[in-house]
Ligand binder design. Structure first.
Ligand SMILES: [Zn+2]
Length: 161
């Protein structure tokens, strides 16, 4: 995978991580718009990445705090894949990317940002996006664009249902 230059991620890497699990915290709250939760399924949910590698970068996350992929039960496994498919379909529809990077980082050494609570990254890709993203390096611009992306995608997910 060609690396996308996303300088705002330094802020994330350098920031002291809050105690507790960010996914467990957000899924327990009921302000999905504020928390950028796009969709809730039976046992998994979709959430936009606050420090994205690209526009529309979202994550598919089981509700349950679980770090090992081999310990997912059958219905969680199914729904993780079902929501990954739904994400690709919706992102394709709304943002018209030309490709995707989809994957999981398990363990700190692999680059997992949230340890102990596994998640699948879905990153839309466009030809030339490695040149485009530095234009969004300003974190204020980024957070505005996140809110806009959230609105567009949340409507998209509703429409796909
Ligand atoms: Zn958790």
């Amino acid at each position: 995978m060609e690396r996308i230059w996303a300088p705002w991620r330094m802020k994330y890497i350098l920031s002291n991580k809050a105690e507790g699990c960010i996914f467990c915290q957000k899924v327990a709250e009921d302000d999905d718009e504020e928390n950028l939760i796009l969709y809730r399924g039976e046992s998994c949910f979709l959430i936009l990445n606050t420090f994205p590698y690209n526009c529309g970068h979202l994550m598919v996350v089981p509700d349950r705090h679980i770090g090992e992929v081999e310990k997912l039960n059958e219905s969680e496994s199914l729904e993780l894949m079902r929501l990954t498919q739904l994400s690709v379909k919706t992102l394709r529809h709304i943002l018209k990317p030309e490709g995707f990077n989809i994957g999981m980082n398990l363990g700190r050494v692999s680059g997992a940002g949230v340890e102990g609570h596994l998640h699948i990254h879905v990153v839309p890709r466009w030809n030339g996006d490695t040149n485009f993203m530095p234009l969004l390096a300003d974190t204020k611009v980024l957070s505005e664009s996140l809110r806009e992306t959230y609105k567009k995608l949340a409507q998209g997910f509703k429409a796909e249902m």
